[in-house]
Write a protein that binds this ligand. Structure first.
Ligand code: SF4
Length: 219
């Protein structure tokens, strides 16, 4: 009996050791692929990378820091892969069933807009690019919202019931937003701000217009 218990513990010990070795190897391979994708913008084994980013995030980020690299690369590549996976499904939805969310920090510091249940209401004052972007997107069929936080997004999604979402935000917000889309079974795509912060954030507007106008040029 004594022998049986010790053999069970030995088997459990072996399983634990092999699992740790497997996870470590997976994290190392995942990290190498992520670093390669970041440098070349080529996504090799995207689903394996996504596995290492989502399941082994802490380990992969630790390996990046150990290698003297910025661990935000992991988030960036994760967002790029999720965007790539979602983009076709996003484009297959009707444009009227898509929402765009801008963060309120993208407005001019002296923005005169007022908060409403649907987010900040742009007054087209010309102090920032949002008014033009909103008009362009709405002319294509999108619904556009300027929101102060994720609770607004959740509420507006429940109210408008879209099929797809284009979100603009900092890396952390986009990461959380794409996870939210997965949970809510929506096709989410994220555009990351060039400069994040609490105010006066910066978006590459050319990327934004290129993204929303792609459907029109494809017709
Ligand atoms: S254009 Fe709209 S969002 Fe931008 S500062 Fe003016 S009112 Fe605010």
């Amino acid at each position: 009996m004594q022998l049986e218990i010790s053999s069970i513990f030995a088997i459990i010990g072996e399983i634990v050791v092999y699992t740790i070795i497997f996870l470590l190897i997976a994290a190392i391979i995942g990290s190498l692929l992520i670093g390669y994708s970041f440098k070349t913008e080529k996504f090799v084994f995207p689903y394996f990378m996504l596995f290492s980013i989502t399941v082994l995030e802490t380990l992969v980020k630790a390996l990046f820091r150990l290698g003297g690299m910025n661990d935000s690369i992991v988030d960036k590549v994760g967002i790029d892969i999720k965007n790539k996976i979602s983009i076709t499904k996003f484009r297959n939805t009707h444009v009227n069933n898509r929402l765009i969310f801008f963060p309120q920090c993208l407005r001019a510091v002296d923005c005169p807009s007022k908060l409403s249940p649907e987010g900040m209401k742009c007054l087209d004052c010309g102090r920032c690019e949002i008014a033009t972007a909103q008009k362009t997107a709405e002319s294509l069929g999108y619904q556009v919202f300027i929101v102060p936080g994720s609770s607004f997004i959740r509420r507006l999604v429940r109210k408008h019931k879209p099929e797809a979402i284009l979100g603009v935000g900092c890396m952390t917000e986009i990461k959380a937003g794409l996870e939210m889309c997965e949970k809510m079974k929506l096709f989410g795509v994220g555009l990351v701000l060039d400069k994040a912060g609490c105010v006066s954030t910066v978006l590459n507007w050319d990327d934004f217009y290129e993204f929303i106008e792609l459907d029109r040029t494809a017709d």
